[in-house]
Design a protein around this ligand. Structure first.
Ligand SMILES: Nc1ncnc2c1ncn2[C@@H]1O[C@H](COP(=O)(O)OP(=O)(O)O)[C@@H](O)[C@H]1O
Ligand SMILES: [Mg+2]
Length: 456
């Protein structure tokens, strides 16, 4: 049996159940990838990865759902997947909405009961946007208030399970042939977050948490959840309108307003982190819009991570270690990040990445986030890290790393598009100047209690 067909079998064997047939195309694309990677490695056969990656993208284009979100997160972890694939996957957009009106009516009746339509003045028959696990319909409540209703597709529980299984296999195949990264913890983290995402009542709690944490900032708008019209599978909230960031950039050449947007994005992401130990793990372009005054509308609270307070201390400690060139402190910092027994070599490699991420915070001057302005944010550094990791035998990134990194890279790329010129050092120091782990811990407990969340 050829290696190719064996891998095919390996993939098919892991899949049971009818709905998994939708994976057939992806499976063969991934199976092909694994085989070709193996060929490249052991037989020196050069594969046209770019061609293959775009085949994979074509296959994935027919899918919607969790795997797509996962792909976008993975795009920010150096070496989690081959770069050509990441390139393709990072361009994936959720598919066009697929539940037609008849189906939507049935789903809404299931969520809110026979009289569901009487709770609304109007309810758009057409979805206005696709969500990864459902679709969003605009509506109006009986007082004419504008609403957005995120309605989940049926059977997403099993789709998520299936996607996660598929992902595990993709990881293990790639790891076996080509990767310097142990993906176990990454998979665990993505699994937990995706499972949480299935329950929209959990997202409502996350949304309440964010409303609480950002309540003092009138530059940031969040939807207001409508509890009476929400269930585990339907999230009804006030509608917030604004421009897509790329449209905003195209229309606003004034550096002042672009800097303002960058600062607001920084606050929306890092006040929750440094004051409460919470990160919004999905700074995807669809998850926020820009107000005409440069304010930010923040959406999508499905992928939120709450950290142990000492992890936040570790993040600040790593900053200090890089600033002072203090190796001992770096060891401690990486330990609090969750890297097990980091060797000197490993720390050297991790520092390449950390220096890249922290660099803008280390200089007390107005600057671009990435003065080299080269291509995708961090791509070159990621490639270097990849090479170095291979030389030293790989690394097992802790699960805490996944969304922190995703947030930093996602925001970095927004700042790059904005060409924002900011003294990041000052902004950062204003935020962490009075950092105290115990105070954060108290703040975090209070905020979570207010929003009905329990820390596990
Ligand atoms: N409150 C809202 N007001 C206006 N549009 C919204 C609102 N919530 C979501 N949307 C639109 O629906 C899309 C999908 O919602 P989102 O919560 O991001 O779903 P997912 O978690 O699947 O990514 C968003 O990208 C946005 O375009
Ligand atoms: Mg979203």
């Amino acid at each position: 049996m050829s290696k190719d067909s064996r891998i095919q079998d390996e993939l098919s064997a892991s899949m049971t159940g009818g709905r998994l047939r939708r994976y057939a195309k992806v499976t063969s694309a991934m199976g092909g990838l694994a085989a070709r990677l193996a060929g490249e490695r052991y037989l020196g056969i050069k594969i046209n990865r770019e061609q293959h990656a775009s085949d994979l993208r074509a296959a994935l284009g027919g899918l919607k759902g969790p795997l797509m979100k996962v792909a976008q997160i993975l795009a920010t972890i150096p070496d989690a997947l081959p770069k050509e694939y990441v390139n393709e996957l990072s361009h994936l957009q959720a598919d066009a909405p697929s539940m037609g009106w008849l189906f939507v009516k049935r789903r809404m009746k299931a969520e809110l009961g026979e009289n569901w339509l009487t709770y609304f003045n109007s309810f758009d028959k057409q979805a206005s946007a696709a969500a990864s696990l459902g679709q969003v319909h605009f509506a109006e409540d009986i007082n004419g208030k504008k609403l957005a209703c995120k309605l989940q597709y049926p059977d997403m529980g099993s789709a998520v399970q299936a996607d996660l299984k598929q992902l595990k296999l993709i990881f293990s195949l790639y790891e076996k042939y080509d990767s310097a990264i142990s993906t176990e913890a990454i998979h665990e983290e993505l699994s937990d977050r995706l499972k949480e995402e299935l329950d929209y009542s959990h997202e409502v709690k996350n949304l309440k948490l964010y409303r609480y944490m950002l309540s003092d900032l009138n530059q940031i708008t969040l939807p207001n959840p409508i509890d009476e019209l929400s269930t585990n599978r339907l999230l009804t909230m006030t509608r917030i309108d604004g421009s897509k960031i790329m449209d905003f950039i195209a229309r606003n050449s004034d550096i002042k307003i672009r800097n303002q947007v960058a600062l607001n994005m920084f606050k929306a992401w890092y006040i929750p982190f440094y004051k409460y130990g919470v990160i919004h793990g999905d700074p995807h372009l669809g998850n926020y819009t820009i107000r005409p005054d440069g304010g930010v509308n923040l959406m999508d609270f499905g992928c939120i991570r709450i950290f142990r307070p000492d992890f936040v201390t570790g993040v600040i400690e790593l900053y200090q270690a890089l600033r002072d060139g203090d190796e001992e402190q770096a060891v401690n910092a990486y330990k609090s990040w969750g890297f097990e027994n980091p060797s000197k070599e490993l720390i050297g490699v991790l520092n390449i990445w950390a220096n890249f991420i922290y660099q803008p915070l280390l200089e007390d001057k107005v600057r671009l986030i990435n003065p080299s302005e080269s291509g995708q944010y961090g791509r070159e550094t990621a490639e270097k890290v990849h090479e170095e990791l291979k030389k030293i035998g790989g690394v097992k990134p802790p699960r805490e790393f996944v969304l922190m990194d995703r947030a930093a890279v996602g925001l970095g790329s927004v700042f790059m598009h904005l060409k924002a010129e900011i003294n990041w050092y000052r902004v950062f120091h204003e935020l962490v100047g009075d950092f105290d782990e115990k105070i954060l811990s108290k703040r975090q407990s209070k905020a979570m209690k207010q929003s009905g969340l329990i820390l596990d």
